[in-house]
Design a protein around this ligand. Sequence first.
Ligand code: TYD
Length: 211
Amino acid sequence: MTGRFISFEGIDGAGKSTHIEALADAWRAQGRCVTLTREPGGTPLAEQLRALVLHQSMDALTEALLIFAGRRDHLQQVIEPALARGEWVLCDRFTDATFAYQGGGRGFDLEVLHTLERWVQAASAPELGLRQPDLTIWFDLPAAVAAQRLAGARVPDRFEAQPQAFFERVREGYAQRMAQNPTRFLRVQADQDRASVWQDLQHQLEARGWR
Ligand code: TYD
């Protein structure tokens, strides 16, 4: 019995949330046991760290450390146990978001992020390598479109309040991660209506044997 770890990524406004819910329902209907979770967050401790990261000002290293601290707790308390039970773990954002937002958006040192990734995602045995998603679904759209969608939507957090140029760098960060992990990533063009995005996603998942 092997679980599956699937992460969902994209800049703010990419519209991933409804598709995550719909995919969870679809896989449950196929008899899968699905755990739905998110980052930053996913455990009581990591949710407290999330509130700090989204609303308190701090320097870039502090931000990266808090995000990875929450990730460690989330992996140990939720993700690894669920995978061990054979469940499908659907995670709204994971480490690619750190490379995109902290690395791309903030311009933070990628080497430090790689080091933290190695520490936090080390598997129980060295030969097992790093824990990474089996599949990462990237809802990709231009920052200008995301800005239009989000305009006046709600009180922005520390990331949503960033200018468009920040999200262009975040998008570029995702593109770089995809270039480094082409088989893990599935890119969906999110600059379409919701039904078309869903159809595109279904076709790509079927082509890869995930549906
Ligand atoms: P988000 O999924 O957008 O939550 P919501 O839909 O409730 O707004 O995630 C919150 C923010 O956290 C988002 O702007 C991206 C940011 N983030 C990082 O900067 N680094 C990370 O590693 C993660 C996981 C998220």
